[in-house]
Design a protein. Structure first.
Length: 368
């Protein structure tokens, strides 16, 4: 492969795929990666109903919102959530910021709780080893800034995909009959359409925070295509995990960390450790992406004032947010997901999704 061909492939990835991989790496969070989110939002409709909800509702919803948001950011050159929401909401942009900070603390709490649980269950060490470990890793990446963060988030996504594919095909070969029976014999429960919207709604609220990944998109075609691809890229690991969970339905629905049950069923301690370490990396990705979005918001504010954002402020902001979130993590992973995410869904629907898909889309179409 020539240097020119390598550059072309790299450019295609950066333009059309990287935004989706960065979105996916942040969406994983403590709930998606552990399987708890999927058990909470999709399994109540049965394995088949849950998959319909994921693929026909959540995936399509993510693609639509990402395409509109990416084009809105390109059109008005607004690549941090503060300037984006000011352009979209006017003075009401502060409602998004308040809601986002509450959501950020909630997600970081889930990350801290999941990290502590992983280290406690996997290695038998103190819960706080996992919590402090994830805090240190996030602080380091945030300190290094956008360049390293983009590479880390996109690169780790490939490791995640590979691990999930191994997990899926291994489970399929071992529990294929159980998976098939659950999909064919369990009826689809009503409400799966609303469940897919609810799950997708609060997740897309992180898109304005990740707009640093679309600064290099130059045309409407690029933003729309990158947005459309974001949905499938982000949902595929969840689909694989959902199919694995079908082989352990309905027992898996009551597990605090469903992947632990499924990994133990395979009987390989080595793969269990590998998977949990990859999951730990995704928790770092999620926290890093969301906190970096906050730093970019403050950096833009400093720029508007003609000042430089202090280097020390990035890890300082990360540390404060993580300490607060760690204190909240005492509520436990399951309660945080069940109670916190449901509330945030409807708030983001009002302060972000409805304005974007009505006024924002109208504004784009009018000025074309």
């Amino acid at each position: 492969m020539t240097f020119k061909e390598e550059q072309t492939i790299s450019d295609i990835f950066r333009r059309y795929l990287m935004p989706g991989f960065i979105f996916q790496s942040v969406v994983i969070a403590g709930g998606y990666g552990t399987g708890r989110e999927l058990a909470e939002f999709f399994l109540p409709y049965g394995p088949r109903g849950g998959i319909l909800s994921m693929m026909l509702v959540s995936m399509v919803f993510w693609s639509l919102v990402a395409a509109v948001a990416f084009e809105f950011a390109r059109k008005y050159q607004v690549y941090d959530y503060r300037t984006f929401c000011r352009k979209l909401l006017g003075r009401a942009w502060v409602l998004f910021e308040v809601t986002y900070f509450l959501f950020l603390i909630l997600v970081l709490s889930i990350i801290a709780s999941a990290s502590g649980s992983i280290f406690l269950e996997l290695f038998g060490v103190s819960y706080w080893v996992g919590v402090l470990g994830v805090m240190a890793a996030i602080g380091f990446l945030v300190f290094k800034g956008s360049g390293l963060i983009e590479k880390a988030l996109a690169g780790w996504s490939f490791i995640l995909y590979g691990t999930y594919l191994i997990f899926f095909f291994w489970s399929l070969s071992t529990f294929g009959t159980d998976i098939s029976s659950a999909l064919s014999d369990t009826p689809v429960q009503p409400g799966w359409l609303l469940g897919g919207i609810e799950y997708a709604a609060y997740n897309v609220a992180i898109i304005p925070v990740l707009l640093f990944s679309v600064r290099h998109l130059k045309t409407q075609r690029e933003t729309v295509l990158a947005g459309v691809l974001t949905g499938p890229i982000a949902i595929i690991p969840g689909l694989l995990l959902m199919l694995i969970m079908a082989g352990h339905y309905p027992t898996v629905a009551d597990e605090t960390v469903p992947v632990n049950l499924m990994l133990e069923a395979l009987g390989s301690r080595s793969f269990q450790i590998l998977f949990q370490l990859v999951l730990f990396g995704t928790l770092i990705e999620t926290g890093t992406g969301m906190i970096h979005g906050v730093n970019e918001r403050f950096a833009e504010t400093f720029k508007e004032m003609g000042k430089e954002f202090p280097t020390y402020a990035r890890p300082l902001i990360a540390t404060v947010l993580l300490v607060v979130a760690t204190l909240m993590a005492q509520f436990g992973l399951r309660d945080l997901i069940a109670k916190g995410y449901g509330t945030m869904t409807w708030i983001f629907l009002v302060v972000f999704l409805i304005p974007l898909l009505t006024y924002g889309l109208w504004k784009l179409l009018r000025e074309d």
